[in-house]
Design a protein around this ligand. Structure first.
Ligand SMILES: NC(=O)c1ccc[n+]([C@@H]2O[C@H](COP(=O)([O-])OP(=O)(O)OC[C@H]3O[C@@H](n4cnc5c(N)ncnc54)[C@H](O)[C@@H]3O)[C@@H](O)[C@H]2O)c1
Length: 286
């Protein structure tokens, strides 16, 4: 690696993915600066990290001293210029919105050192598109964590058309220092994992719609027959049916391929407000 990465800035640190990314970076020994739009969001992220670290006390996988040391590496900001001071690497995990992300990258470009790399945790947006909007396409890359980041072993690294080899090798090194396994994907809708997952989830809904099996039996079939840790309906309820619908529609538009078509049942359930765990009911009741 050409230079040492010591300090990482995480954008959207109060969010689901943001707080998890701050968590894994701090455990890996990085100084981590969390940035979000409101102090209460920054504080919420930091409180979640402490709570999640403390779960390890019972299992004796962490000591109180290690928790204090990890927490001492984390600081929080609501001012972007202040947050960007002395930063070597940026991971962005704000809302999945192209304009919002690009505006943030442009604002950041003004205050960030020239050699600093920005990695986006986007699930669906093109890395070449975001890189183009960042004014530093060669130092821009996708770093797709899985939910929840402290538990999930994988980081999918996505190389945009402009991403340099040095950016890729630094990003891989950081991912490995975080204790993760890396796969490298070309910049194509859904990258590797979601491109393959979504047709499977949608096919489960088609099978239910066609009356082939019950929710429970389809879940059981995929769990026990294929060795998946959870069935497609359990996973859909966890992801959120609205999110699954949004991603499926984006894939259908991008690939123009009927294998990404959306089952009516999924659309109707979203219209009916049955979004999964977050609304109290999806394919199961919570
Ligand atoms: N949730 C998942 O399972 C998952 C998995 C992989 C990738 N992703 C991706 O991660 C990103 C974040 O998703 P999430 O589910 O954590 O969202 P979230 O809504 O939980 O969190 C987003 C955070 O970004 C903050 N934010 C919004 N605008 C901001 C701005 N201008 N500056 C700083 N912070 C801002 C919000 O206040 C919030 O705290 C998205 O790009 C999403 O596609 C999500």
């Amino acid at each position: 690696m050409s230079r040492e990465i010591k300090t990482i800035l995480v954008l959207g640190s109060g969010g689901t993915m943001g707080n998890g990314i701050v968590h894994v970076a701090a455990v890996a020994g990085y100084q981590v600066r969390g940035y979000d739009v409101k102090q209460e969001f920054v504080d919420r992220g930091i409180a979640t990290i402490r709570k999640n670290l403390e779960r390890g006390l019972k299992r004796e996988t962490i000591t109180p001293e290690e928790i204090d040391l990890t927490m001492a590496r984390i600081s929080g900001f609501t001012d972007l210029k202040e947050a960007a001071q002395g930063v070597d690497f940026v991971i962005e995990a704000v809302f999945e919105n192209i304009e919002l992300k690009i505006n943030l990258f442009q604002e950041l470009d003004e205050v960030l050192g020239d050699d600093v790399i920005i990695a986006s945790n986007t699930s669906t947006i093109s890395i070449s598109l975001l890189g183009g909007g960042s004014n530093r396409g060669d130092r821009f890359i996708g770093m797709h964590f899985f939910n929840p980041p402290p538990m999930m072993k994988l980081i999918e690294v996505i190389v945009g058309l402009q991403t340099s080899d040095e950016t890729l090798s630094i990003t891989k090194e950081i991912s490995e220092k975080m204790g993760k396994e890396v796969i490298v994907a070309k910049d194509s809708p859904g990258f590797i994992v979601n491109r393959i997952l979504l047709p499977l989830l949608n096919e489960a809904v088609f099978a239910l719609q066609d009356g082939v099996g019950t929710v429970e039996d389809i879940d059981k079939g995929i769990k026990l027959g294929l060795g998946h840790p959870m069935g497609p309906f359990t996973l859909l309820d966890l992801i959120g049916l609205d999110t699954a619908l949004h991603v499926s529609e984006a894939f259908y538009k991008a690939f123009q391929d009927s294998k990404y078509r959306v089952p009516h049942l999924l659309r109707n359930m979203v219209h009916a407000g049955k979004l999964g765990r977050k609304s109290g009911e999806g394919f199961y009741k919570y």
